[in-house]
Write a new protein. Structure first.
Lengths: 215, 218, 354
């Protein structure tokens, strides 16, 4: 990230900023960051999607604003400034969700406010937005946010399908399906996350082995 | 940058100025969002409350919300977000009182269970029941929301207060003031009995005292 | 690619260098012998459903271990019989009419998650059978608390309706079936459930012999004790763990009982009911999960006994043996650490721990 002074980024660089968060540096499956919302609100696909969208919004907005003011902010007060900006957008999301759907608001509960302390957001502010141009920061926020949202959805989808036999509230297997209640409980979040991490690690190892075999 | 502080240390005034500006921008953003979402949030809460009351008192076209103060006097409330105990009176098209919806809460297995129930002054009985907040184990405790046999307890549950409203062991309900528990969800069923009993004991005398006023709808 | 071998070819360690011919296989086979009477009594008590349950849970465990060994490119370790014990123990802790497909899931989780992912026998932190049961308890709370009465009519001619539930389907409601087959007024509630939720006590004599409702193999105190005595007599089992667990359970429930005899049951009832006896004899004594120091063994048993009573009397669940033993397994390395004996000839430094 040598472009500290905002030359127009080349298309390939922008693409990389976007794809990094989506896949190579996926915040949940690769960096294992932001575990609190990941485990707590993914008991249904709808909650996971709502949390994912809220995080994308906060991440993109805070990255934008922080990138805009990056040359004005002295390093002594940068963390305080970042947190102030992040908290502002989180409060806004809080109001907006309440206005859109009370059900979603009840389900997400205190975890909306806790987006403030989601380390992904401060992490991107400090590691990326404070050093890069606005355009690239937005793409980075979008990529990281989408990566986070997809990961939440992977967890929420599996947990809802196994735990309730539904996806987005639509019954998949008929009324006779035996729900695996465990997956709706907090411990189910750990099991599902472990399962996904297992798959990811196995897949990565396999790819590595295949690349070695080809040489 | 004209200050001469060593090691590029900016002056405090400069830092305060910066934080102040950022705070101002952030404050503006928050206040404008708050203003913009105030009306829809209120409308949402009221819709939900109206739906719940209409569900518990079928046929209630008109509703009045009363707040109850410490000495048991009623005041008509406009919104639903005022603190303290509340009554929701429901009237049919001709303006006749159908019943009153009350709130209650007690500790279940996992957390506090909150519920609303409707009380008919005419029948001196509870005629509807709905759980509004529940964190019980899915598949066990949440049966108090779905189990039709359990909900049948609240078609006409004696609330004349001559007897304590109480949850009894599954299949042993003998009297009109008893609630038949769900087998396998005993703790949650008992919490329902307690929350209704506690709230009914407190609120029903107040309703009886203010009966004329509630029936008159003012 | 070469996987790191867990069984190095050259073993270097301190004395003792001479071993008796007592292999894992011999110990495990004897444990199976000790459990056989309990299995047979379970079949007598609850009928052919228990046969199916034990067969399915054992097969599921054995197949899972075989599959995992294959996938890891290691020789199959099913011959040492330890996985058979896991399967039988899991079956014995489940309700007699537990759906077979759920029992198979339990066996897979028990061995897959509880044992093989840790590296197989000797590396598992928790008792695998209890890991499987804990998973089932959390996943299917209704099925695992649906008990059927003992000595039901026609139990050798037909399965309990829930046993043959179609895979991934909900088990049927059996209230009417119970009313048809029961021989007395019992609804199938276990003694502990009856006491906790309905305040109905059960006599000590039926609890001792075992003709009461409960999990497939937990009801008969006398047979479990005889099995334990056989293992102790042949020196295959650490009797101190069992003794410590039962003693602490007895003392703590005695304290509760004396403080308020109306609210808390007699300590002997606590010892004879539920899975305490089965857990104390066959699960708490699992060599892998328990401490090795002499003092640690007593502490370990004492902690588990006390936890069982606390969960039963003060918690929301009627039974707590499973969680007590799992917590005991979890703290056992710590107990070992805190109770290292003083090496002869050295002095214990104040505050320093091994």
């Amino acid at each position: 990230m040598a472009h500290a002074h905002g030359n127009a980024p080349s298309p390939s660089e922008s693409m990389e900023a976007f794809l990094n968060g989506l896949w190579k540096q996926n915040p949940v499956f690769v960096q294992v960051l932001g575990m609190c919302p990941t485990l707590a609100v993914t008991n249904s696909a709808r909650n996971a999607a709502a949390m994912g969208l809220a995080t994308i919004f906060v991440l993109v907005c805070s990255n934008t604003l922080i990138s805009l003011v990056r040359k004005l902010v002295q390093k002594q007060v940068r963390i305080a400034t970042y947190i102030l900006i992040i908290a502002t957008f989180v409060t806004m999301v809080d109001y907006i969700i309440k206005a859109v759907s009370v059900d979603v608001y009840k389900a997400l509960g205190p975890f909306i406010a806790l987006i403030v302390v989601n380390c992904i957001i401060l992490g991107r502010a400090e590691a990326f937005a404070s050093k890069n141009s606005v355009g690239k920061s937005i793409l980075d926020g979008l990529g990281m946010g989408l990566g986070f949202a997809i990961a939440l959805f992977c967890l929420g989808g599996v947990r809802e399908i196994l735990g309730a036999g539904t996806l987005f509230g639509v019954s998949l297997f008929g009324p006779n399906f035996q729900p695996w209640v465990l997956f709706l409980l907090p411990s189910g979040g750990f099991f599902t996350l472990a399962g996904w991490l297992l798959i990811f690690t196995w897949w990565k190892e396999r790819k590595k082995r295949m690349a070695e075999a080809q040489q | 940058m004209n200050q001469a502080a060593p090691q590029n240390m900016p002056s405090s005034a400069k830092l305060i100025q910066l934080m102040g500006t950022v705070s101002l921008v952030c404050g503006l953003l928050i206040v404008s969002t708050h203003q913009a979402t105030l009306a829809p949030i209120r409308a949402n809460q009221e819709t939900i409350m109206r739906q719940t009351v209409a569900e518990l008192l079928p046929g209630a076209n008109k509703q009045i919300t009363y707040g109850v103060d410490g000495s048991g006097n009623l005041t008509v409330l406009q919104g639903v977000d005022a603190p303290g105990p509340k009554l929701f009176a429901g009237y049919d098209a001709s303006g006749k009182l159908i019943g009153v919806v009350l709130e209650g809460a007690d500790r279940g297995y996992a957390d506090v269970i909150r519920a609303m129930y409707s009380y008919s002054l005419e029948k001196q009985a509870i005629i509807g029941f709905k759980v509004t907040e529940l964190k019980e184990t899915p598949g066990l405790g949440d049966k108090i929301v779905t189990d039709p046999k359990f909900l049948a307890n609240f078609k006409e549950l004696d609330a004349s207060l001559k007897n304590r409203i109480v949850t009894v062991k599954s299949g042993t309900k003998k009297n009109k003031w008893e609630i038949d528990a769900i087998s396998g969800a005993t703790i949650s069923s008992r919490a329902v009995g307690r929350l209704i009993d506690k709230s009914a004991k407190e609120m029903i005398p107040i309703i009886q005292r203010n009966r004329q006023r509630i029936e008159g709808g003012n | 690619m070469s996987a790191p071998s867990l069984t190095p070819e050259i073993v270097l360690h301190t004395s003792p260098h001479l071993h008796s011919a007592r292999s894992v296989g011999v110990i495990m086979r004897n444990v199976v012998y000790a459990m056989l009477p309990i299995c047979l009594y379970g079949v007598y008590n609850f009928g052919i459903s228990v046969v199916a349950l034990l067969v399915v849970s054992t097969l599921s465990c054995v197949l899972t271990e075989h599959m995992f060994c294959r996938a890891a490119g290691r020789p199959s370790s099913i011959k040492d019989s330890s996985v058979i014990i896991t399967g039988i123990l899991l079956g014995l802790t489940l309700p007699p009419g537990f759906p077979l497909w759920m029992a198979a899931v339990g066996g897979f989780v028990a061995v897959g998650l509880g044992k093989m992912l840790f590296g197989g026998l000797g590396f598992n932190v928790f008792n695998p059978a209890l890991v499987g049961r804990a998973f089932l308890q959390a996943a299917f709370p209704t099925a695992i608390t649906t008990y059927t009465p003992a000595l039901a009519n026609g139990r050798f001619a037909e399965f309990i309706p829930t046993t043959l539930t179609f895979p991934f389907a909900q088990p049927p409601v059996i209230t009417e079936w119970i009313a048809r087959v029961r021989i007395d007024a019992f609804s199938g509630a276990t003694p502990l459930t009856a006491l906790k939720f309905d305040k109905i006590g059960t006599g000590l004599t039926p609890l001792f012999w075992g003709n009461v409702a409960g999990s497939a193999g937990e009801t008969s105190v006398i047979l479990i004790l005889l099995g334990g005595l056989y293992l102790v007599a042949r020196n295959f089992m650490d009797w101190r763990i069992t003794a410590a667990m039962l003693l602490s359970a007895f003392v703590l429930s005695g304290v509760f009982h004396l403080s308020n005899p109306a609210a808390y049951p007699h300590p002997l009832f606590m010892l004879f009911s539920g899975g305490l006896m089965l857990g104390a004899v066959f699960m708490a004594t699992d060599m892998v999960g328990s401490p090795v120091t002499p003092l640690g063994v007593w502490i370990y048993g004492g902690v588990m006994g006390a936890l069982t009573i606390l969960i039963r009397l003060l918690g929301g669940l009627p039974e707590g043996v499973m969680y007590a033993i799992l917590i005991g397994n979890a703290v056992s390395p710590m107990i070992d650490n805190l109770t290292q004996p003083r090496v002869y000839g050295t002095q214990r430094k104040t505050g320093a721990r091994a």
